[in-house]
Design a protein around this ligand. Structure first.
Ligand SMILES: NC(=O)CC[C@H](N)C(=O)O
Length: 197
């Protein structure tokens, strides 16, 4: 059985572990390089990407994670985790680094102040019925590379058309928090992607 790790230095760790367990996956918190070696795939949770990258550096996880991603490990990045996966970001703090791997440009805190946090029903390429998504100071995707598939965009309102879920091969990323609504379909989708490898 595949083991999926959750980056556990910062962010919504428990919620992701619970969702992964609910779709029949063995899930483990990852805080150390030795723990990273024990997993087949990773979830990078929502939280605060500026803190995440600093903690990843401090706890010597940054480079091992980068290397695993470059070697083909499947990763699901949510919100701050999407920022961490992006090859390029805008609106980052000075010196903010990302792990990269996903050929997209992501804008941090893109939805602006008046809609700092909001909820929306999204159509999803891979799902039969809409997915109720929770956005919290969320990023959006401003540019997608040639091989990146857009899975979902905002349907209405001032941000209509903005890209909020993408996939490139084994890398999956959402602007919103799929661990917060009790709908485990995206964790299931990721688990399938991991099993398929
Ligand atoms: N909910 C979140 O993960 C917010 C992301 C946060 N705004 C960041 O830039 O990292």
């Amino acid at each position: 059985m595949s083991v999926i790790g959750v980056f556990a230095l910062q962010g919504n760790v428990r919620e992701h572990l619970a969702m992964l367990t609910s779709v029949g996956v063995e899930a483990r918190a990852v805080r150390r390089p030795a723990e990273l070696e024990q997993v087949d795939a990773m979830v990078l949770p929502g939280g605060e990407s500026t803190t995440m990258y600093k903690l990843a550096r401090t706890f010597d996880l940054f480079e091992p994670l980068q290397k695993r991603i470059a070697d083909g490990m499947p990763v699901f990045g949510t919100c701050a985790g999407m920022i961490m996966l992006a090859n390029e970001i805008t609106g980052g703090i000075a010196g903010q680094e990302t792990l990269g791997g996903l050929d997209v440009t992501v804008r941090r805190n893109a939805f602006g102040r008046q809609v700092d946090s909001f909820e929306s029903d999204l159509e999803f390429a891979a799902l039969d019925t809409p997915y109720h998504a929770v956005f919290i100071r969320a990023p959006w995707v401003e540019r997608v590379g040639q091989d990146v598939e857009v899975l979902s965009t905002v349907r209405s309102g001032p941000a209509a058309g903005r890209i909020v879920a993408v996939r490139h091969d084994r890398l999956l990323a959402t602007s919103f928090h799929p661990e917060m609504t009790g709908d485990a379909r995206l964790h299931g989708y990721f688990a399938e992607l991991v099993r398929g490898r």
